[in-house]
Ligand binder design. Structure first.
Ligand code: FAD
Length: 519
């Protein structure tokens, strides 16, 4: 059966709060799942959480949630659904930490698999080969837990996301990009092997050498070809401390020139990101609690009011005994940059505190009830050759302030990225990740409401299309087959072929809205 080229244009196109379902279909599905012999369990009620995600805009209620104890629980469930064939339209979604933005980890009237409950076999470190240590983890493991366990052995994964309370399976299904990607590539570069349960229920181990087509397909594969159950992650010796530095620019060309220079130098920082600040007052005062100005008197005179500013954020890892050498190294690196001299701010923190920095903001927002609100985010990859056109139009013209949330901007080298994965990127060696990380007030119809922000996002996307920017969405979200085809471009045929090979009934990850379940 190859009906997976049918894409969903209709049923998922708008955010819906779905609580209606035919009771008879519910009970048939539930009684058939109850018959499965599994170590974990199914829950058929109280699963509102499985219809929620960080985006907080899409809510699709499933029929059941599986809390697996073993890989075989997952494969039995999928095999069962696969064996039901086209007699049902039951789908299955792996849910990592549910930090998707548009319902990608949800399954309307389907089965959601709560990947965090898959804890066996336990995390296992392999340090025999000191050159290439690695750890085998469950794909439902949170990156923060892997960090803490690795540090006990003086080791660490190499490439991160800005926020660590995400699962391995969730980030590997996208790419996992952060300030280390210019050096190590994204997280999908730093895995040696995966265990995957396909849409037919088969359990397959894959790597660059073994079942390579599945391995490459699953990396950045938006959950379409299988559920990742285990991953082998590359490690390196962990530093103890981090010099964390921020400097400001008022000119975009100077800012991007310096960022590009830094990502292409051999001896550079260990982390390179940046963000845009539009029309914010009191900016430098806000930084003072964590970042100290190098020259407090000069910094005091600097006014950010009414300006578009670009903040370069860099970090250098070190161990306490290397402090002097690291300071010298950082001074040399900074001396080659053309930032506004009075705006050099620095801080020294532990490696854990640096990597887990967004969690601190999360706690503060949680306290104020501002974490679980709608997040109409937009993440784009822009080719280097068009970044100036993009910046000119978007920063200052389309967007007049950054009060909705941070706008990250930093370049990465594609030469560091593993080739042949499912991730779609612009066709140039250097591209910028630009993340519009907006938060919206739940019931507002004003400038801080969802509609207003979505409208701004749409304007940015329209501009990219009209100006032929060659942009690709990261964490992509589309609702029609034409749009998905456009997103994948020449990779569409491979993506479709892999879907019909590994998930021919299109059972998996229906929330991505790429393929329609064969029924
Ligand atoms: P979920 O939302 O649960 O799932 C995401 C998708 O992957 C779904 O389609 C799901 O079905 C599928 N999936 C989940 N687990 C598996 C599995 N084991 N096997 C196969 N498919 C699976 N991303 C970056 O790259 N860099 C960042 O710096 C970054 N920062 C972020 C900060 C915050 C605060 C948030 C909320 C998100 C951030 N993201 C970032 C995006 C994040 O990486 C993705 O949204 C990721 O998918 C979330 O992981 P999760 O475990 O919550 O996945």
């Amino acid at each position: 059966i190859n009906r997976t080229n049918l894409c969903c244009d209709q049923p998922f196109a708008t955010p819906i709060s779905s609580s209606s379902s035919t009771p008879s279909s519910f009970s048939v599905i539930q009684s058939s799942l109850k018959q499965l012999n599994i170590e974990g369990y199914f829950s058929f009620k109280n699963f509102d959480h499985a219809a929620k995600d960080f985006g907080n805009r899409y809510h699709f209620l499933p029929s059941a949630v599986l809390y697996p104890k073993s890989v075989s629980d997952i494969s039995s469930t999928i095999k069962h659904v696969f064996d039901m064939g086209v007699t049902t339209d039951l789908t299955v979604a792996a849910r990592g930490h549910g930090h998707s933005l548009e319902g990608q980890a949800q399954a309307y009237q389907g089965v959601v698999i709560n990947m965090e409950s898959l804890r066996a076999p336990a995390m296992r470190f392999h340090t025999g080969n000191q050159e290439l240590p690695f750890v085998d983890v469950s794909a439902g493991e949170l990156w923060i837990n892997i960090l803490h366990e690795s540090l006990k052995l003086g080791l660490t994964p190499k490439s991160w996301t800005d926020y660590l309370h995400l699962t391995v399976g969730g980030t590997l299904s996208n790419a996992g990009i952060s300030g280390q990607a210019f050096k190590h590539g994204p997280q999908i570069n730093n895995v040696y092997q995966l265990e995957v349960v396909t849409g037919k229920g088969e359990v397959i181990t894959c790597s660059e050498e073994k079942n390579a087509d599945l391995f490459y397909g699953v990396l950045g594969g938006l959950g379409q070809f299988g559920i990742i159950t285990r991953a082998r992650i590359a490690l390196e010796p962990a530093p103890k401390k981090v010099k964390w530095i921020r400097v400001l620019y008022s000119d975009f060309s100077t800012f991007s020139y310096d960022q590009e220079h830094l990502i292409s130098s051999e001896n550079s920082f260990d982390y390179i990101e940046g963000f845009v600040i539009i029309n914010r007052t009191g900016l430098l005062n806000n930084w003072r609690s964590t970042f100290n100005p190098k020259d407090p008197l000069l910094a005091k005179e600097f006014s950010s009011e009414g300006k578009v500013l670009y903040c370069l954020e860099v970090a250098k890892y070190f161990n306490p005994e290397e402090t002097t050498k690291t300071d010298q190294n950082v001074d040399v690196l900074l001396s080659k940059l053309n930032y506004i001299q009075s705006t050099l701010f620095q801080s020294e923190v532990s490696y854990v505190d640096f990597l887990d920095r967004v969690h601190v903001s999360e706690m503060k927002l949680q306290e104020k009830g501002l974490w679980d609100i709608p997040h109409p985010w937009l993440n784009l990859l822009i080719p280097k050759s068009k970044i100036h056109d993009f910046a000119r139009e978007v920063f200052g013209k389309i967007l007049t302030d950054t009060s909705h949330g941070p706008i990250l901007i930093y370049p990465v080298n594609k030469s560091k990225w593993r080739k042949g994965t499912s991730v779609v990127t612009p066709e140039e060696d250097v591209m910028y990740l630009i993340a519009f990380l907006s938060s919206a007030m739940p019931s507002s119809t004003g400038k801080d409401g969802v509609e207003y922000i979505l409208n701004k996002n749409k304007k940015i996307l329209n501009f990219c299309r009209k100006a032929h920017i060659g942009m690709k969405q990261y964490l992509p979200h589309y609702t029609t087959q034409e749009d998905w085809k456009g997103h994948f471009g020449p990779q569409w045929e491979t993506f479709k072929r892999r879907k019909s090979t590994y998930d021919p009934l299109a059972i998996l990850a229906p929330g991505q809205r790429i393929f329609r379940r064969a029924s």
